[in-house]
Design a protein around this ligand. Sequence first.
Ligand code: RTP
Ligand code: MG
Length: 155
Amino acid sequence: AMATANNKERSFIMIKPDGVQRSLIADIIKRFEQKGYKLIGIKVLVPAKQLAEAHYEEHAQRPFFQKLVSFLSSGAVVAMVWEGQEVIKFSRNMIGATNPLASAPGTIRGDFGVDFGHNVIHGSDSLTSAEREIALWFKSEELAQYDLTMQAWTY
Ligand code: RTP
Ligand code: MG
């Protein structure tokens, strides 16, 4: 990596209730891990309505807002923070378009999604959103700092 690269960029990634119900947790984590990103925070929770509303506050005035937050708080989600160069933009590419039927095969929504309102996964859409969402879902002590570099016990 170039010396100037920001290898510490972070994104908030969340497997939505439909993704958990459909047993997609391992596959989704595998994609980020194999790309080379670093998992620094993860937890399973059923989000309170208030947390779901805060998460999607940018859509508060939209007609679909109540349906959106009810869905998010309807079951368990896997909330994660992934770290690495360009992780925000790249994870949006890995996730695919909002409409699963418009997202390319090879993307998470393109491979697994069928319903616009139940599209498996969320990813932050900008640095500002990522910082806001990470602070909303995680305490700083829940984020691990560690190296993935080779250790003496690896070959
Ligand atoms: P997300 O925030 O969940 O990662 O999805 P996104 O960026 O691709 O899409 P966004 O525009 O942020 O919308 C958030 C979620 O709201 C639902 N939605 N419904 N016109 C509609 O009925 C409508 N528009 C958006 C989608 O489920 C979308 O994921
Ligand atoms: Mg969004």
